[in-house]
Each structure stands twice: as structure tokens, then as C-alpha cells.
Design a binder for this molecule. Structure first.
Ligand code: HEM
Length: 229
């Protein structure tokens, strides 16, 4: 137990925890993107899916877990950032395995932007503190019109712009995260790295397109609100 505690508070333990929490957040993103794509199926599909999520007995377990993962990931990121900063003059403490790409150099800043985006996104669609979001339920119905909330939101150019930029920043953040994640977890084989070098960009492109397609579809008029009879 003592050994485990020492490992977790050590720099390498911190990196492992960061990699594992990051991997779980990526899994959430994949699930969230797939769920969101139901918007292209029909208004009712997305609303039924959202209704099912909101009424799931696991909703709060899931929310608390995600919040803890996000806090853990962010706190460790700041710790590693300052550790690396103070270790910079000492050559052997610098990770030379991963090339310092734009993505790697900007991890802490992209992470901060993502954090601000998540807060805004929860205010926008979960809490509904925006004039474009309404939790009113039509008479005789029991479902919130999540479809209308999403479409009305993305009919505002500023909101669409903010989402598109944030999703691109998420892509940039993931570009370094996925490689670094496998390296931290000990996947060092050259063949494995070649596979990851191909699969990671593919996953990031598909994920970013899945998210971005929604604001853009509203913007270009492929998704709209039904005309009231
Ligand atoms: C166009 C892109 C996106 C759309 C249309 C979208 C849609 C939604 C909607 C409708 C909700 C509210 C769900 C509900 O309360 O039932 C939600 C919640 C959430 N979204 Fe997104 N989302 C998008 C992108 C993202 C991204 C990129 C992230 C992460 C970086 C994210 C993270 C979250 C989180 C953490 C919640 C709160 C979950 C909860 O209410 O328990 N979303 N999203």
C-alpha cells in the first residue's frame, strides 16, 4: 500500500495516472461523438437518446467519475508542466523519444482552452444558461427538445465559431496525447509505434469530423428546426 502511494505521487506515477485518465476521457469523447451523430438520424432519435441518458440510474456515477478524471488529469498536467520546466537544464530528464511538435509544445495551453470550452459547453447545453437553450417540455410530451437546443445554439455564428475552434484545439491536444499515452504505458515496440502513427491521426480526424459536422451542418442549413404548423 505504501509502495503504491509512493508510486502514485512520484513523477512517473503521475504520468501513468495522467495517461490512464486521458485514455478514459478519450473513450468518453468517442461515445459522446457517436451519440451526437444521432442528430443526423432524426430529431426524435437524438431526443430519445438524451432522455434515456438523463434518466439513467448511472447518470450521477458517470458525471462524478468524469469530473474526478478531469480534475485529476488537469492537476497532474500542471504538476508535470512545472516539473518539466524546472528540469529543462538537465538533459537526461527531458523526454527525447517524442518529437517536440506544435502539439507537444502547446499541451498545457490547449488543455486550458479545452477546460474553458467544457465549462462553456456545460453552461450551454447541460445547465441551459443561454437564451438559445430551453428545458421547457411541450404539453403531452416528457422529453426535453435537445435537438432544438443544439440547432438553435449553432444558428448563432459566435457559438458555431467557438465550437469549431475548440474542436480543432482538442484535435491538436489529442495528437500528442495519444502517442505519449502509449509510450507512458510502456508500448515501446517499433512496429507498434508505426501502427499508432497511422491509427492516431485517423482517429483524431474521424473524431474531429464527427463533432464539427454538427455545427457546420446547422450553419449550412442541412440541420434545421421543424417549421411549426
Ligand atoms: C458539436 C459538438 C457537440 C455537441 C453537439 C454536444 C452535445 C452535448 C449535449 C446535447 C449535451 C447535454 C446532454 C444532456 O444533458 O443530456 C452535452 C453534454 C456534455 N458534453 Fe458535449 N457536445 C459536443 C462536443 C463536446 C466535446 C468536444 C466535449 C469534450 C471536450 C463534450 C463534453 C461534454 C460534457 C462533459 C458534457 C456533460 C455531460 C453531462 O451532462 O453529464 N461535448 N453535449
Amino acid at each position: 500500500m505504501h509502495k503504491l502511494k509512493n508510486f502514485l505521487i512520484s513523477p512517473i506515477g503521475g504520468k501513468v495516472l495522467m495517461a490512464l485518465s486521458g485514455a478514459m476521457i478519450i473513450l468518453f469523447l468517442v461515445g459522446h461523438a457517436l451519440g451526437n451523430l444521432l442528430i443526423f438520424s432524426s430529431q426524435n432519435s437524438l431526443n430519445t437518446y438524451a432522455y434515456w441518458l438523463q434518466n439513467s440510474p448511472m447518470l450521477w456515477v458517470f458525471r462524478v467519475t468524469m469530473l474526478l478524471l478531469l480534475v485529476l488529469h488537469s492537476v497532474l498536467a500542471v504538476r508535470i508542466y512545472f516539473q518539466n520546466k524546472s528540469a529543462r537544464p538537465i538533459q537526461y530528464e527531458v523526454n527525447t523519444d517524442i518529437q517536440l511538435t506544435l502539439s507537444a509544445k502547446t499541451m498545457i495551453f490547449s488543455g486550458l482552452i479545452i477546460l474553458v470550452f467544457i465549462i462553456f459547453h456545460i453552461i450551454h447545453l447541460t445547465l441551459g444558461w443561454m437564451p438559445t437553450t430551453s428545458f421547457e417540455v411541450a404539453q403531452g410530451e416528457k422529453m426535453i427538445d435537445v435537438y432544438a437546443n443544439v440547432v438553435r445554439g449553432f444558428q448563432q455564428p459566435a457559438i458555431t465559431f467557438l465550437y469549431v475552434i475548440s474542436i480543432l484545439v482538442i484535435g491538436l491536444h489529442l495528437h500528442h496525447s495519444i502517442k505519449s499515452l502509449f509510450q507512458t504505458l510502456g508500448f515501446h515496440h517499433l512496429n507498434f509505434h508505426q501502427v499508432i502513427d497511422l491509427l492516431a491521426p485517423a482517429l483524431i480526424i474521424v473524431l474531429s469530423l464527427a463533432f464539427i459536422s454538427i455545427p457546420l451542418a446547422v450553419w449550412f442549413g442541412f440541420l434545421s428546426l421543424p417549421v411549426m404548423q
